[in-house]
Structures are given as structure tokens and as C-alpha cells.
Design a protein around this ligand. Sequence first.
Ligand code: ADP
Ligand code: ADP
Length: 239
Amino acid sequence: EVVLETKDLSMVFPDGTQALKNVTLTIKKGELVSIIGPSGAGKSTFMRSLNMLNKPTDGQIVFEGENVLKARGKQLRQIRRRIGMVFQHFNLIKRSPTYQNVLHGRLGYMPSLKGGLGRFSEEDTRQALEILRRVGLEDQAFKRADELSGGQQQRVGIARAIAQTPSLLLADEPIASLDPSSSENVMTYLKNVCQEDGLTSIVNLHQVDFAKKFAHRIIGIKAGEVVFDGSPKELTEGI
Ligand code: ADP
Ligand code: ADP
């Protein structure tokens, strides 16, 4: 079952930088794909093009059968709702409690109006706690996000993304700001959560060793082009 397909995807920024060149890929349900490549290779641009944060200049993106580049307005919002995002710098609301950060994912970054402006119902809170449990942070639910360690904050980032019940998870350099032991820990949770849900995920990493350890499939990008696509075992030399 194909979740995502790109065909000859190209991106030229207004200043003339060609960040992607004819990227053609098929990603199947449940795959954990890692995109690797040197800084400036186009990993981030590729990811941002999938939900049209950067609109590609050419090619095609088909996500769950829908033509993403043709989507506008409500259809585009619905596509974005099905794509969870995890960021290098976590992008949490630092002063909000952890459980509320999680709910911002499920509510599509809109505050709940159920219990009054900016308030969350008991059911919302219960669901947030359940999701936090899955990333081992139930006991941190009522702490401010910025009281947590970096690794913990990224696990909140993962919880927020899965709270949205996406069909695709995109993580852009999720461990680039973390030490090796937190990185290992975060990648383990990410992988487990995806496997439990059969969730397809694409993770940009610049550390090849982590990609080899956690991904089912590695895609190497260099100067905007796919230069490798195979299993971790098949990747014998650098990208
Ligand atoms: P990576 O994520 O692999 O480090 P990026 O996707 O961030 O690479 O960048 C790919 C190329 O596109 C780089 O040459 C970068 O400088 C360029 N680039 C990224 N964003 C923009 C932009 N908004 N305008 C112009 N060039 C950009
Ligand atoms: P774990 O769940 O395995 O403890 P964390 O992501 O919580 O992993 O922690 C990652 C690293 O950060 C560990 O080395 C841990 O000792 C450290 N750490 C945990 N909590 C804090 C904190 N509040 N401030 C600073 N470092 C912390």
C-alpha cells in the first residue's frame, strides 16, 4: 500500500538555488525511511515540500491518492492535518504544560473551545495523558514544557505529532540538538510509536549511524538529487 509518491519533484528557490532535482520516490505504509545527506543537500526542502510549506516548482506529489500540488484551501488543510511534524528545535509552547502541548497537535494548533476559550476538557486531558504515556512522559504532564530535558521535550514533540493521528510523520533532524544518549532514546520512542500504529515516517538525519540503526530504508540526497535508496545493509559507503 503506497502512502506517498513523488515524481520528478524539483524546487528552485526565487534566488535561483536548485534545492531539489527530479526526486522520484514511492513510500509504502509502515515504512520508516531516513533521509540522509550533507548539510544543504535538500533534505529539509524535500520534507517541507510534502505539505507545501515550500511549494515545489515542478513535479508531482501524490499523498494517499491525492494530488498535493493541486490542493487548495480546505483540501490542503485536511492534507496537512494528516501529516504530523517533528522539528529539530521541538517548537513547543515553552510556558504551557506538557499535556497542553500535546493537545495542540490533536486540535491542529487551534485552541479548544469546548471548555471555554483556551481551556481543555477532562476528556482532552485524559487523552493527552494516554499519549504521553506512550512516550514515557505521563509523570511530566503538568510540568511546563521548558522544565523538561531536551530529549523529553522532543518526546513531547512526538506525542504532539501522533495526537494528530496522522498517516505520515515527518521528522526534520529530530535529534540534531540532542546528546547521543538522548538521541538514542528519542529514536527508540519514535520507532516504537510508529510501529505500534503502523505509521509511515520519514526522518531527516545527518548522522548516518542513527539512520542505519533505526530506519528500514535509507534515502541519500546530495545536491538535491537522490543518490542512494536502499536498506541500511546496502549502504556501505558514505553519501
Ligand atoms: P538540508 O536540509 O539537506 O540541510 P536544505 O533543504 O535546507 O538542505 O537546503 C537545500 C538548498 O536550498 C541549500 O543550498 C540551501 O541553501 C537552499 N535553500 C534553502 N532554503 C532556501 C530559501 N528559502 N531560499 C533560497 N535557498 C534556500
Ligand atoms: P530518559 O527518559 O532515558 O531519562 P531523557 O530524554 O529524559 O531520557 O533524558 C536524556 C538525558 O537528559 C539523560 O542523560 C538525562 O539524565 C538527562 N536529563 C533528564 N532530565 C533532565 C533535566 N530536567 N535537565 C537536564 N538533563 C536532564
